[in-house]
Design a protein around this ligand. Structure first.
Ligand code: LR7
Ligand code: MN
Length: 588
């Protein structure tokens, strides 16, 4: 009896159990299938190569692009996909293959603060000339920039859209763009420079052609988001000396996901690189409460609105600057020092494709340093010594004639850089690099005859204080494994003789350079000399010895041990004897 009952119970459990699993499976499978189908369904609005037919999407009905969907769309299935993907990255440093599949006006998540959605702006805002310069931009990203501007702005506020083709050589841009624009975007004026000018002079070309009240600059791979325009124009209308910048959201260069950026402001470090800085607690509270524009010491450079006449009277840009870099800090300092102000407008959101490298070259070498030097010499007064402290190599780089810009500063009666730091960017004033004990401070190196001629400043053994051993490399020919190690000091060893040059690199046997690129691996090594930050070394005196500092990262050369064979690397500077050296000169 008991037995029968128990077996029935088991049977019932088995039946119930298995049907439970079957149902569960069935349920999940159908949910998954629905999900899958939904996202795989060829959707005309998105899959269409939107390039030939600017698409209208009903943003209300269309669900925003999510990660899953973009992943599917960007999937690499065939070898041809792979080739497409690679060549897109090669030419543009972003996923062009995926970009080409996205519509020109895909729905974007509305990432504004809630407060922004309730704000109302007056109707009599100034009109904008939107200026977009490009050099070999991908067709889909360029057209998406234009299309989002057209679709997400009240038409009466767009006086015109000026595209400046900076002498691109891609076929579509050279031959078909004009027609395409005439047929699809009648409000677009297309200009072309007669030779490659670089983005700074190309912007000046666009600005001189413009006739709207406000200039609104954008990069050529942006997607403006809902409600982006009005708050930018409103900030400028209230005060023509205010320059307004949107929050720059991130369009991921690989996945094309749209990611909201945080509430941050623009700053710079003493290498004169732009950086994002956090808001102070009070500033943050205020922004969250009001969603009003907040002051920013600098701007990233690509996206901003500025009264056109003010742009002119403030001196446009420095036309001596080439291709890329430096103009953003130059304009930021100029605005603040000459009586204007720069604000970030939290209710205006524009997506920008952030890339890991610039896919185009420059006719001239390192335009960033040259442009920055022009800016530093015109605007930063005695504070330029901090720039040279961090970037000693720049002292010998040629930067052309700046007299017109110096004159402009006088004409406009601009304030000092000290005033700027004290009043606009006090945070940075508290973070001045320590120049004390710097071996090269105030000591101008003799001029180089050419960039490639190297002048030796000192020659000798690099003796490690922690061990009494010397720094050497097993190999003095170029080799990826030419790591640096400690060894018993030996005057006669070719591979221990370092040459310190005027260019502030350390060469072994006068051929290869000490290199420390943290991205390339954990240890210091020898590399072909290339003038990069990773190969710049500055001595800083420490007690009886000295530290060898890499100004690019502010880290010190350090050993991983005290025995022969111990490897060298870099780390945060401190008091340890492991990071102290002397440069002995046995050959004198
Ligand atoms: O020779 C050129 N001619 C051009 O017309 C080289 C470039 N360009 C165009 C180019 O097609 C693009 O539309 O100029 C625009 C900017 O070039 P990018 O996109 O290669 O520059 P970026 O986004 O890496 O760099 C930022 O810093 C630059 C410094 O010179 C400019 O100010 C860019 O406009 C600026 N971009 C932004 O501010 C967007 C946010 C990025 C950040 C931080
Ligand atoms: Mn850009």
């Amino acid at each position: 009896m008991m037995r029968v009952k128990r077996s029935r119970l088991i049977l019932a459990l088995v039946i119930f159990g298995s049907s439970f699993w079957v149902m569960l499976y069935w349920n999940f499978a159908s949910i998954y299938a629905r999900h899958r189908n939904h996202h795989l369904r060829p959707r005309k609005d998105i899959i269409d190569l939107a390039l030939d037919s600017p698409l209208q999407i009903d943003e209300e009905k269309d669900e925003p692009y999510n990660e899953f969907f973009l992943k599917r769309l960007g999937e690499i299935v065939t070898e041809e996909d792979q080739r497409n993907y690679d060549s897109g990255f090669h030419s543009h440093a972003f996923n062009q293959m995926l970009s080409d599949k996205l519509s020109l006006q895909r729905p974007l998540p509305d990432v504004r603060l809630q407060k922004c959605k309730d704000k109302k702006y007056p109707e009599d805002l100034p009109t904008a000339s939107v200026i977009i310069c490009f050099y070999n931009e991908a067709k889909s990203t360029l057209l998406r920039t234009v299309n989002t501007v057209v679709e997400r702005s009240p038409a009466y506020l767009i006086h015109e859209i000026i595209l400046v083709d900076d002498y691109s050589d891609l076929d579509f841009l050279k031959h078909d763009l004009q027609n395409h624009m005439q047929n699809n975007f009648p409000q677009v004026k297309l200009l072309r420079t007669s030779e490659r000018q670089g983005l700074i002079r190309a912007r000046m070309v666009g600005a001189r052609e413009a006739s709207g009240e406000v200039l609104l600059f954008l990069d050529s791979h942006c997607e403006v988001n809902v409600g982006w325009l009005e708050p930018l124009l409103f900030a400028v209308r209230n005060d023509p000396h205010t320059v307004s910048v949107p929050i720059i959201d991130i369009v991921n260069s690989d996945t094309f996901l749209y990611e909201a950026s945080g509430l941050v402001k623009g700053g710079f470090n003493w290498g004169m690189h732009y950086q994002w800085d956090p808001l102070t607690e009070d500033e943050m509270k205020e922004v969250l409460k009001t969603a009003e524009p907040f002051k920013s010491p600098t701007m990233a450079g690509g996206l901003f609105a500025m009264n056109r006449l003010y742009f002119q009277t403030l001196g446009e840009y420095d036309s001596g600057m080439d291709v890329w870099g430096g103009e953003n800090l130059e304009l930021s300092f100029r605005i603040w020092q000459c009586g204007g102000q720069l604000v970030i407008v939290p209710c205006s959101r524009v997506g920008h494709i952030f890339r890991k490298r610039r896919p185009y070259g420059a006719p001239k070498h390192d335009t960033f340093t040259r442009n920055t030097l022009r800016m530093v010499h015109v605007w930063t007064d005695e504070y330029k010594k901090y720039y040279f402290h961090v970037n000693p190599r720049a002292e010998t780089v040629e930067y052309g004639n700046i007299s017109e810009r110096v004159q402009l500063r006088e004409q406009l009666k601009c304030k000092s850089f000290k005033w700027y730091l004290e009043n606009v960017y006090p945070e940075q004033l508290h973070k001045l690099p320590n120049l004390e004990n710097l071996r090269y401070d105030n000591q101008k190196p003799e001029k180089f005859e050419s960039q490639f001629k190297t002048v030796t400043r000192a020659k000798g053994l690099l003796k490690h204080a922690g061990s009494g051993l010397c720094v050497q490399s097993e190999k003095t020919e170029y080799d990826k494994r030419a790591l640096l190690t400690l060894a018993v000091c030996n005057n006669a060893e070719h591979k221990q003789v370092w040459y310190e040059t005027e260019q502030k690199d350390m060469r072994l046997a006068n051929i290869l350079c000490m290199d420390r690129d943290p991205d390339a691996g954990p240890y210091a090594r020898l590399m072909k000399c290339n003038g990069s930050k990773a190969q710049t070394w500055v001595w800083i005196k420490k007690n009886t010895h000295s530290q060898l500092v890499s100004p690019g990262t502010s880290e010190c050369l350090v050993t991983t041990g005290v025995d022969p064979g111990a490897l060298l690397t870099t780390g945060s500077c401190g008091d340890s004897l492991l990071m102290q050296f002397s440069f002995t000169q046995p050959f004198q």
